[in-house]
Design a protein around this ligand. Structure first.
Ligand code: UT7
Length: 333
């Protein structure tokens, strides 16, 4: 493609989501592990989460989130999609990729790959989609964050099983009118912190010798300290890269892992409550899907208008983090 015909601005143009119908409350969890509603609410802000059925997997949730896109915007929303990226930590299989399953399910003429960057995976996927479209390699990218962490948590470990929920989001990234779209991305990683949050795949241990157990392991206190620090710095860096100030942001949409982490970042940044989106109370931590699900709720409740600047910031295993600013474009398909 000639440089003159490359898109000037690339952004999000459509968003869909799906959460399983089964609601599991803290009271339900108190029947299977030594916990209680008061502890979980006061330490995390979570009251309930959605849990997938035995026959629902990451591909199932991804299909439903794309179905939701089509229901809302019509089938034209998928026309011309030439790449599918699925961010997930719990794919149906290592291969084929879940992205290839999505491509064939919807009959798309598109390339497909999965992306693994823990909870920040969907923001990594958005940044990759932005780069593909901006450079002219692709025109329209379907990005998905889909997660069934309930299938890999240790349901006897009260320190982790109360935190997570299942869900999916799907969004289109393509050219948008000048002035709209992505203004910045910040991507970061500190692999020395890998030992604080991990899950087994092939190797018995990490390179530092940490033995990897079968189910998800997390050192909550270490991840908490990292999360508060990184949410603040990644927010400031995303603003600096976009040449913007915090006052320019209409809505701060952070990773929904723990309300205390969100509120600590809000207090540090001196953001008013109404500028911070949180629905962790009802979904828990849905990992790669959490920001998309929160963004959808903000759209549904008219907290996002055409032209609003949104700040997205997230952290997770790796340890990794990602942030970015996007100006919302309300497209009619
Ligand atoms: O996207 C991935 C990101 N992961 C995260 O964002 C997690 C970040 N970390 C956290 O959110 C918090 O560290 C937790 C919510 C995991 C834990 O909260 P905390 O305030 O750091 O609690 P703690 O780990 O210091 O534990 C305090 C006490 C302990 O008992 P003792 O040792 O003081 O007797 C725990 O055994 O709370 C106990 N405890 C529980 N009690 C009731 C831990 N989990 C539970 C539970 N119910 N579910």
């Amino acid at each position: 493609m000639k440089p003159s015909s490359l898109p000037h601005a690339v952004g999000l143009t459509a968003l869909g989501t799906y959460v399983p119908s089964k609601v599991v409350t803290n009271h339900d969890l108190a029947k299977i592990v030594d916990t209680n509603d008061e502890w979980v609410v006061s330490r995390t802000g979570i009251k309930e989460r959605r849990i997938s059925e035995d026959n629902e997997f990451v591909s199932t949730l991804a299909f439903r989130a794309v179905d939701n896109l089509v229901q809302k915007y019509g089938s034209a929303v998928l026309e011309g999609v030439d790449l599918v990226i699925v961010a997930t930590n719990t794919p149906d299989a290592l291969f084929p990729s879940t992205a290839a399953l999505v491509q064939s399910h919807f009959g798309l003429k598109a390339g497909a790959f999965d992306l693994l960057a823990a909870c920040p995976g969907w923001i990594y996927a958005l940044s990759a989609a932005h780069a593909y479209v901006k450079s002219g390699v692709c025109k329209k990218v379907l990005t998905i964050g889909s997660e069934v962490l309930s299938k890999v948590v240790d349901w006897t470990d009260r320190t982790t099983c109360v935190l997570f929920g299942d869900g999916a989001c799907a969004a289109i990234v393509e050219e948008v009118p000048d002035g709209y779209g992505f203004k910045s991305f910040v991507l970061g990683s500190d692999g020395l912190g890998g030992k604080h949050l991990y899950m087994k795949c092939v190797a018995p241990s990490l390179p530092d010798g940490t033995m990897i157990q079968d189910k998800l392991y997390m050192n909550g206190r270490e991840v908490f300290k990292f999360a508060v620090r990184i949410m603040e710095s990644a927010t400031i860096q995303a603003l600096e890269k976009a040449d913007m100030k915090l006052e320019d942001i209409a809505l701060f949409i952070p990773h929904q892992a723990n309300y205390r982490i969100i509120d600590a970042a809000r207090a540090y940044l001196k953001l008013p409550l109404e500028k911070v989106m949180s629905n962790v109370e009802r979904y828990g931590n849905t990992s790669t899907a959490s920001i998309g699900i929160a963004m959808q709720e903000a759209l549904d409740t008219n907290r996002i208008k055409d032209g609003d600047d949104l700040l997205l910031v997230t952290f997770g295993a790796g340890l990794t983090w990602a942030s970015g600013v996007v100006r919302w474009y309300h497209k009619s398909f």
